[in-house]
Design a protein around this ligand. Structure first.
Ligand SMILES: [Zn+2]
Length: 100
């Protein structure tokens, strides 16, 4: 996870550890660019998608909501809120790191 509360910018990656490397499953983001403002995610969709190892961004990832769409969800990031926000979005149990 990387974020800057003063911008605010947020990048939180959900990845699976694998002997061949990390496989990024999804990225939750918020940027302060006017056309990208608001929480959104990038992920590869479809049945049995082939996710490359070691790549943060790769062909076939889609953005939800789509680029240019109106964002309804705005978030404020603080040192204490940003991690729970990402864990809740990814449905990760913070005590064990297991997917819910
Ligand atoms: Zn983005």
């Amino acid at each position: 996870m990387a974020y800057r509360a003063d911008k605010p910018n947020l990048y939180a990656w959900l990845a699976q550890d694998h002997p061949k490397g990390l496989a990024v499953l999804c990225c939750l983001e918020d940027h302060q660019k006017p056309h990208e403002k608001g929480l959104h995610c990038h992920a590869l969709c479809g049945e049995d998608p082939e996710i490359p190892f070691g790549a943060q961004r790769y062909p076939g990832m889609i953005r939800v909501p789509r680029f240019g769409a109106t964002h309804n969800r705005q978030a404020e990031f603080t040192d204490t809120s940003v991690l729970p926000l990402a864990l809740n979005f990814f449905e990760v149990n913070p005590s064990g790191g297991d997917l819910l």
